[in-house]
Design a protein around this ligand. Structure first.
Ligand code: ADP
Ligand code: MG
Length: 292
């Protein structure tokens, strides 16, 4: 492509709400064969809501929700925000929390009233050697509905299980189908559990997924695909996605996502729609053919 056609292509993309950082990304987009999509905030709206609350025998649900929200006070994770919002909606005040520690890909550990508490996924519960067996039936009930489980525990036992659901973006399925129709292999990548990921993947027509991926391992999934000879775009919104966005042949950030993701990306899609991915590739192909 000529410099003039690249400038024209970047301008054409901008009119469609696609911000391209450099002309090279515009030219390379036509050569992609694989699109890796983060789940939370990329395929889903990233505005999860608390749908289900299960408490252990003899426990008080409100008191535990208050505890959960207090532990999540320092968290930047969307699940933490959801739990805080639910507690606030019930007028519950935060308890004083000490020794807050966010454990990437797992959850949070913190101290209240001299007691250590944990809030997070099954991986965190297993790491603390907490018995999951009594919760299996309820866990499977959440899995069947595609709800993400969040456990609250002290150092002895699990106290509560929350089910949090995140709606799929309105145009996610159509955007993914368009990519597949362009001959691209579309893959989902998430730190969430396989059961939840499969539920979402099925609804948007994604056949390949990598679930339970720790934040530090997301970029390795991209590197492995590249090693196999693929030209890979990564699409993400979160701080956790930044290394994978940087590693990919083309990193594409959701404009409604975090500044860290946008800074790591070559292309930013304005707003939250995924429509711009296929548009960017089409504009890239047109630019390489220099048709305007
Ligand atoms: P993703 O954004 O793809 O879900 P993350 O790596 O951010 O991936 O998180 C992976 C998983 O770790 C989450 O799905 C959740 O189960 C758990 N987790 C992480 N942070 C928190 C938190 N603050 N509260 C509860 N669970 C958390
Ligand atoms: Mg995300």
């Amino acid at each position: 492509a000529t410099p003039i056609s690249i400038i024209a292509g970047v301008g054409r993309a901008a009119q469609s709400g696609i911000l391209i950082r450099n002309g090279d990304a515009l030219q390379q987009a036509a050569k992609l064969d694989t699109i890796v999509l983060d789940k939370t905030g990329t395929i889903t709206q990233g505005k999860p809501s608390l749908n289900t609350t299960y408490v252990a025998d003899g426990q008080d649900a409100e008191r535990l929700l208050q505890m959960a929200a207090s532990l999540e006070r320092g968290s930047e994770h969307p699940l933490g925000e959801t739990i805080r919002a639910a507690a606030k909606g019930k007028g519950l005040q935060d308890l004083p929390v000490k020794d807050f520690n966010a454990i990437a890909g797992h959850g949070v550990q913190a101290t209240v009233d001299g007691q250590t508490y944990f809030i997070g996924n099954t991986r965190l519960m297993q790491q603390q050697h907490l018995a999951l067996e009594p919760w299996q039936a309820r866990l499977h009930a959440l899995d069947a509905q595609g709800q993400t489980p969040v456990f609250l525990a002290d150092s002895q036992q699990i106290l509560m299980l929350l089910g949090i659901a995140d709606a799929i973006k309105d145009d996610a399925k159509a955007s993914i189908q368009r990519l597949q129709a362009q001959g691209l292999n579309v893959i989902m990548l998430t730190g969430d559990r396989r059961e939840v990921a499969e539920h979402i993947a099925q609804q948007v027509g994604i056949l390949t997924l990598h679930a339970d991926v720790l934040p530090a391992d997301k970029s390795q999934v991209i590197a492995d695909l590249q090693q196999q000879g693929h030209r890979v775009a990564m699409v993400g919104d979160g701080v956790n996605d930044a290394p994978a966005l940087a590693r990919a042949d083309i990193g594409i950030a959701i404009g409604a996502g975090t500044d860290v993701a946008i800074a790591a990306a070559d292309i930013t899609l304005m707003g939250s729609s995924l429509r711009g991915i296929a548009d960017a590739i089409a504009i890239s192909k047109a630019t390489n053919r220099t048709i305007w």
